[in-house]
Design a protein around this ligand. Structure first.
Ligand SMILES: Cc1cc2nc3c(=O)[nH]c(=O)nc-3n(C[C@H](O)[C@H](O)[C@H](O)COP(=O)(O)O)c2cc1C
Length: 501
């Protein structure tokens, strides 16, 4: 049997204190443009349909409010905008930076969105590229052939087959690799996960339903979108469905082979492809999810579930407004957050349906273990805890103030050291690869991004500051979490009181 490329890639892209200084430096002349610039006559303008006053795209106040729920062009305009639209502009000499609804490591925005329309008011059937600069869809191909091809590419997934609009999330590798070298693969997957997390919440807010799958035949999607697979990889296929019961059958994660080769991001992406035939479904039953629930179960836990999260969380009543306000916190005050606020943020991330956010996307959540470093939370003793995701129970791994350790492992960033609480995602990568092949690497990082996006938005809705942290010393982080260094630390999110109020 081949040695897993995912395991080798993860090992070779670890940051360590001895090697972190080896980065060759950035070549600013070569920084890629962080969005596609389409040159086409056939575009559908969506900007007038946004509820922004003044509307930065048109300079005009919003038009009379059109119906914007369900199967309407205004709902689609909002769904795309609140998923990945431009929500702020930072002026720089030379090139303005467009900040998007979903965050991105280093603000590099490798993700792209394409929309295949089968049947939607105001849009001819066809494939469109999303142009964020103007908030419009640019037609790339006519007819419903691409939507049909995406149904085939997802092996007849009923939610994709039924969707009147199917979106594809891709990543242009070089936008992130330019800065992060091969480790960029982790970040493009996390970024895509954030985008998909936003897409799920925005769909719910406009009266639609999102099904996200990463179980697709890569070759078929690449062919349908005419992508150059060396440059741009497919991350996920999203079905935007009408309200009603969920379609069946669907699959969100299927096993790939394990590959050999050089541990570069392109080779790992290639090694983890799925072919034309649907791979066998992995019958894991409840066993792995159960394992997440019982880990560290020998210590007496602190159940957060009751604390302040009976009924909808603040995010549930204002998803769209929260997306507009969301920015990554740049500096935390060293101040406490409340146990109830932490409980609500975690409930939104891990139990969205229970707190009024509806069914939200997940790829294979039985793979990801969560930990929290509690630095400054009223009513919870400082320490590192394991989080049982359904019971929302904190189980002590080690007691004591973790601030210095957390600052160190996050490459010395104050964003971790001054946080009130820091959430970690980790996984037993070898076990994941045994179940799902090298493609497990994608599912793990996508899921961590999806959960990370709900953490982000729920925190902002609570008035807290929040930021993703993709740069960390892998092995030292594993030590702090009390897991073997052979396991993978996937992602970090820091939460706290913003320093600027
Ligand atoms: C996957 C991921 C990793 C990130 N890692 C870091 C980090 O290590 N340090 C940091 O200061 N910000 C980090 N960020 C925050 C980004 O810098 C931020 O999202 C980006 O600059 C865009 O700004 P916005 O989030 O305010 O829209 C990360 C964001 C994401 C999504």
């Amino acid at each position: 049997m081949a040695v897993s490329l995912a395991l080798r890639f993860h090992q070779s892209t670890k940051y360590a204190p001895e090697t972190i200084g080896n980065h060759p430096g950035l070549d600013w002349e070569r920084q890629p443009v962080p969005y596609k610039q389409y040159h086409s006559e056939g575009s559908v303008e969506l900007a007038d349909l946004l509820p922004l006053d003044p509307n930065p795209f048109t300079g005009r106040p919003p038009e009379a409010i059109e119906p914007w729920h369900g199967r309407t062009l205004a709902a689609l305009s909002r769904w795309i905008y609140f998923t990945y639209g431009v929500t702020a502009i930072v002026r720089h000499p030379g090139r303005d930076q467009l900040l998007r609804a979903a965050p991105s490591a280093g603000g590099l925005y490798p993700a792209e969105m394409y929309v295949a329309v089968r049947d939607w008011p105001g849009l001819a059937a066809g494939l469109y590229g999303y142009d964020p600069q103007h908030h419009r869809l640019v037609m790339l191909d006519e007819g419903d052939g691409v939507a049909k091809a995406l149904g085939q590419a997802t092996y007849g997934n009923a939610a994709i087959d039924a969707a009147p609009v199917v979106a594809v999330v891709t990543a242009v590798f070089e936008r992130s690799r330019w800065r992060y070298q091969e480790r960029a693969y982790r970040r493009v997957l996390l970024d895509s996960g954030h985008l998909i997390g936003s897409a799920g919440l925005a769909a719910q807010a406009v009266g639609l339903r999102l099904h996200a799958t990463a179980a697709f035949c890569d070759g078929r999607v690449e062919a349908a979108l005419r992508l150059d697979a060396e440059e741009e990889g497919v991350m996920a296929v999203l079905g935007l469905n009408l309200p009603g019961p969920a379609e069946r059958p669907t699959w969100t994660a299927l096993p790939s082979a394990v590959g050999e080769g050089q541990p570069t991001l392109v080779e790992l992406h290639r090694a983890s492809r799925l072919g034309e035939q649907r791979p066998r479904l992995v019958a894991k039953g409840e066993a792995s999810a159960e394992a997440l629930e019982t880990t560290h179960g020998w210590t007496s836990g602190d159940r957060l579930r009751g604390a302040g999260c009976a009924g909808p969380v603040p995010l549930a009543t204002d998803v769209l407004g929260t997306v507009l306000r969301r920015r990554s916190c740049r500096r935390f005050a060293r101040a406490a957050i409340s146990r109830d606020a932490l409980a609500r943020v975690l409930a939104a991330a891990y139990l969205p349906e229970a707190v009024g956010l509806g069914e939200q996307p997940a790829f294979d959540r039985s793979l990801l273990a969560s930990f929290i470093a509690v630095c400054h939370v009223d009513g919870i003793a400082p320490g590192v805890y394991y989080l049982a995701p359904h019971q929302l129970e904190l189980r002590l791994v080690r007691s004591g103030d973790p601030r210095d350790a957390v600052r160190f492992i996050a490459l010395g960033q104050d964003l971790a050291g001054d946080a009130a609480a820091v959430v970690f995602h980790a996984a037993d990568l070898a076990a994941c690869v045994r179940d799902l092949g090298d493609r497990a690497y994608r599912y793990l990082h996508l899921d961590a991004g999806v959960v990370g996006q709900r953490l982000n938005l729920a925190a902002v809705a609570e008035g807290l500051g929040v930021s993703g942290i993709g740069g960390f010393f892998d092995d030292h982080t594993a030590d702090v979490l009390g897991i073997p260094r052979a396991q993978a630390v996937v992602y970090i999110t820091s939460l706290g009181v913003p320093a600027d109020g």
